[in-house]
Design a protein around this ligand. Structure first.
Ligand SMILES: Nc1ccn([C@@H]2O[C@H](COP(=O)(O)O)[C@@H](O)[C@H]2O)c(=O)n1
Ligand SMILES: C[C@@]1(CO)OP(=O)(O)OP(=O)(O)OC[C@H]1O
Length: 159
């Protein structure tokens, strides 16, 4: 078969004193995501979806959170690096669909900028990249604004 599907998931804790970065966009908010890197949960889920589709393992395998070189890393750089590995296996992305589950803040004003970043990093147009915002209806740790979750699905085709 010359097509492959991959899915990815990530969650990071929301804490005071960190910037909130999603899809490479810094969003003005009173809390941000905690992580070894910039903690961009959307790009981490997407990176895992890409690696998964190409059967290349996961983000922690390629970019360990024990490595000092990835401390504070820009997740767009990690996404581009992961995509190079996927391309080296003979694949290219057809489209990307993602969901961010965030009780707050409202993501709608930022979605186009996130799509533009992802499209630029994967050599796509914004029409190939979708991002959906959801609250968690105030339920559980996401609903209590203790974290933000992201999910991603990608389709690859033989290049
Ligand atoms: N952080 C968020 C969450 C949601 N949205 C937008 O609101 C719509 C309704 O969300 P529900 O969780 O109540 O279904 C959703 O479809 C998004 O358009 C958002 O922008 N940011
Ligand atoms: C990105 C990496 C590497 O800096 O660290 P984190 O920012 O902690 O992110 P996570 O999604 O927990 O795992 C992947 C890591 O290896």
């Amino acid at each position: 078969m010359n097509i492959r599907v991959g899915q990815g998931y990530d969650v990071h804790q929301l804490v005071a004193g960190r910037p909130l970065i999603l899809g490479g966009v810094t969003i003005d908010h009173h809390k941000g995501l905690l992580g070894h890197s910039d903690a961009d949960a959307l790009l981490h889920a997407l990176t895992d979806a890409l690696l998964g589709a190409a059967a290349l393992g996961d983000i922690g395998h390629h970019f360990p959170d024990t490595a000092s070189e990835f401390k504070g890393a820009d997740s767009r750089v990690l996404l581009r690096e992961a995509y190079k590995s996927v391309q080296a296996q003979g694949w290219k992305v057809v489209n990307v669909d993602t969901t961010i589950i965030a009780q707050q803040p409202k993501l709608k004003p930022h979605l186009l900028a996130m799509r533009e970043n992802i499209a630029a990093d994967l050599g796509l147009t914004v029409h190939d990249v979708n991002i959906k915002g959801k609250t968690n209806e105030k339920l559980g740790y996401l609903g209590r604004e203790e974290g933000i979750e992201a999910q991603a699905v990608v389709l690859l085709v033989a290049a």
